[in-house]
Ligand binder design. Structure first.
Ligand code: ADP
Length: 172
């Protein structure tokens, strides 16, 4: 009887420790962590408003780890490739000019389900439609001036990390 009670207490301790380890509220409990990397660009509006630290702090507070960072001025060749999916949009020349207008801060973040969690923290593309509490909702101004880019899938994250960082800048 005493052994059964002891086992009950031990197993509930193990389950609650695992759920603390593997995710907070809203995440599926008792699953293995899915460690991912994702690519962030703190855009020219973010840099102009002196908000890079605020943006990084939000990611860090959410449990994501910064594994690489660098400032760079984006070329139109790089932007043509990065925004190829927008080539036919009327705002394409504007977004390329905006992204090249001053140096941006490129980051690689790592964490459990990092790709989806970063997109959730960022909010939707149009800052005016993004909920308060999201990075774009709190800090962005418009569709274009939306503070940061974040990879939209694990596959694109792998491509984008290599697009913005040389192999020797990416930690193993
Ligand atoms: P996201 O960055 O949210 O993944 P997209 O890949 O669709 O969105 O667009 C890339 C970037 O192009 C956006 O982050 C934004 O800066 C700009 N953009 C998107 N839609 C518009 C628009 N309708 N007008 C102006 N700029 C836009």
């Amino acid at each position: 009887m005493r052994a059964a009670v002891l086992w009950g207490l031990t197993s509930s301790f193990l389950v609650s420790s695992a759920s603390r380890l593997y995710g907070g509220p809203g995440m599926r409990q008792n699953r293995r962590p899915q460690m991912e990397r994702t690519l962030i660009l703190c855009k020219p509006d973010c840099m102009e408003k002196n908000l890079a630290g605020e943006v990084i702090a939000r990611f860090e507070k959410a449990g994501l780890r910064l594994v690489a960072a660098k400032m760079l001025r984006l070329t139109s060749t790089l932007l043509d490739e990065h925004y190829a999916h927008l080539k036919d949009k009327p705002f394409f020349p504007e977004i390329v000019a905006f992204m090249a207008s001053r140096p941006v801060l490129a980051l690689i973040l790592e964490g459990d389900q990092a790709v989806a969690r970063v997109r959730d923290l960022l909010g939707p593309t149009d800052s005016r439609k993004a909920a308060k509490g999201t990075i774009r909702g709190d800090l962005g101004t418009s569709n274009m001036l939306n503070i940061a880019h974040a990879s939209d899938s694990v596959e694109n994250a792998a491509i984008e990390v290599k697009r913005f960082f040389r192999a020797d800048e990416i930690p193993a």
